[in-house]
Design a protein around this ligand. Structure first.
Ligand SMILES: C[S@@+](CC[C@H](N)C(=O)[O-])C[C@H]1O[C@@H](n2cnc3c(N)ncnc32)[C@H](O)[C@@H]1O
Length: 499
């Protein structure tokens, strides 16, 4: 309760300093007004499962914060000062971002459904919403600024809240009742200046509109007497009553998140509208990899200045594109045997170049090239590549498990030919772990496994295998002098069955 009051006082002071005449950051105030100090908030991020440590490493590197990895796989949490909030949007490992309203590590759910849901309803008005809503508001202006810099069309904002009449922000017995500051607006309200209003629109009186919201609940654990839908509905109802917001499942301004994992409960407010994993791709293929996962894989192989990095099965190009953007001191080659995949990659590259040009970037281009090829016969000199990184056909949505028994050994062999002995490395993603492990076991003279990162790719349990090229020159080991032995077909089927 003390926290709530503290936040509440802070919120009042924020309302006081926000006016139509200044920008939306906490630090910018009108002359003569007292500067509001930045404060520390907890940010939560969803990341590809298995890459939590990689994401924590990135947070440390870019924000200087040490991230906690949640029990709930695929989430990390870290503290940040609000004047550094913009930095969270530079993170490449994160899918979605949210500001934490409150976190309970040992929440005690009642046994019956009715009691458990009643508790959630009673929780809503007790939460310290104010700082989190203020962060949400700041984040809107950060996103707008980024949008403008990237050359995106920034939509005209709709007025949120009444700018002429004070509006009740909180009306709840027992909770402090607040009147909205006429100039500052409700949490989430954009003043016309910050929101980049059309000058013609500016000055017009705007119709008051309540904020629209939705609650999204994710729940994991087998000891709950309620479903995620039950929790979202009842908690959402209490949020609605408390703030007098309007529920809207599709066109919402605020997305309240209720994450329940066994007895850990985290309430947050989303800072991203859609997952950041789609950031670079406009032309999707049947198995396009999430950019966040591609980024995690790239970090595993640590590209160095002037490294030649090859994705020999690039599909729509998610990996080499992410690499060329983030590791622009290396050179990326992408190829595939499918002409549709190649044209998707080329279109994705062109889109990024155009986006940069439209945003006024003086960046000369991307260090990436694309070719159509068969991975088993790469048009490249032996020992000319530093890193091979690829997402192999799993044999489910792409190719077949049966074909993998031929493809995987041939591909490891050809990759070993082009990869530099001694220093070369490979980071290979596959769900067909058995076939891959068998193929690798037969290539011991050429490849050594360094480690495996287990990840979840669209609900499938997959492995990212990190390999080191041995010092052996290609053509001198028993594995490469002759083609790898083909497994008899009857045996292949047998292995597939047990997979
Ligand atoms: C899992 S998908 C890669 C998806 C990719 N990471 C993306 O983001 O779109 C595997 C790719 O391997 C390609 N492929 C299969 N056999 C190949 C071969 N022999 N040579 C080159 N590419 C091949 C397929 O056409 C497919 O695009």
């Amino acid at each position: 309760m003390q926290d709530f009051l503290r936040d509440f006082v802070l919120y009042l002071s924020l309302l006081h300093t926000h006016t139509h005449t200044h920008t939306h950051t906490q630090m910018s105030v009108r002359e003569g007004e007292e500067a509001v100090q930045p404060f520390v908030v907890t940010i939560g991020a969803t990341v590809p499962t298995g890459f939590e440590h990689t994401a924590a490493e990135e947070v440390n590197e870019k924000i200087g914060a040490s991230a906690r990895i949640s029990k709930d796989r695929g989430r990390i949490y870290f503290e940040i000062r609000t004047d550094n909030l913009f930095k969270v949007h530079h993170l490449k490992s994160v899918d979605n971002l949210f500001v934490v309203v409150q976190q309970y590590d040992h929440y005690q759910f009642k046994d019956t459904k009715e009691e458990a849901l009643l508790d959630l309803q009673q929780l809503a008005p007790m939460l310290p919403w104010v700082s989190a809503l203020e962060v949400w508001k700041m984040n809107n202006s950060v996103k707008k600024k980024r949008g403008r810099r990237r050359g995106a069309v920034v939509p005209k904002p709709k007025p949120i809240g009444d700018v002429t009449e004070p509006k009740k922000l909180q009306i709840k017995p027992g909770a402090p009742q607040v009147e909205e500051n006429q100039e500052g607006g409700s949490p989430g309200q954009e003043n016309s200046h910050e929101a980049g209003l059309d000058p013609e629109v500016e000055g017009q009186e705007m119709e008051p509109q309540p904020l629209k919201f939705r609650v999204t609940c994710s729940r994991a654990g087998d000891k709950h007497s309620f479903t995620s839908n039950d929790a979202a509905r009842d908690f959402g109802g209490a949020v609605q009553e408390f703030f007098q917001w309007k529920a809207d499942m599709t066109k919402f301004d605020v997305e309240v998140l209720l994450n329940i994992h066994n007895n850990e409960v985290v309430v947050g407010i989303a800072l991203t509208e859609e997952s950041l994993h789609r950031r670079n791709i406009t032309h999707f293929g049947p198995t396009t990899l999430r950019s966040t996962l591609a980024y995690g894989m790239l970090r595993l192989c640590k590209p160095q200045i002037s490294d030649v990095v090859v994705d020999p099965m690039c599909g729509s190009g998610a990996i080499p594109l992410e690499g060329a953007i983030e590791w622009s001191h290396s050179f990326f080659l992408s190829g595939d045997n499918n002409d549709m995949a190649i044209s998707r990659t080329v279109n994705n590259i062109s889109h990024i170049l155009k986006r940069r040009q439209d945003g006024g970037s003086t960046c000369p281009g991307l260090p990436i090239d694309t070719a159509q090829w068969d991975l088993c016969h790469l048009p490249m000199r032996s020992s000319s590549v530093d890193i091979i990184i690829t997402d192999m056909p799993f044999g489910k949505r792409m190719g077949s498990k049966k074909k993998n028994w031929d493809l995987y050994p041939s591909c490891l062999r050809e990759m070993a030919r082009v990869c530099r002995p001694g220093t070369g490395r490979a980071v290979l993603l596959t769900q067909d772990k058995k076939c891959f492990t068998k193929a690798l076991a037969r290539m011991g003279g050429l490849w050594r496994k360094s480690h495996t990162v287990w990840v979840n790719v669209g609900g499938l349990h997959a492995g990212v295998f990190v390999l080191r090229r041995t010092g052996a020159f290609f053509g001198t080991t028993p594995e490469d002098v002759c083609e790898p032995k083909k497994v008899p077909e009857s045996q292949e089927e047998d292995m597939e069955e047990k997979d």
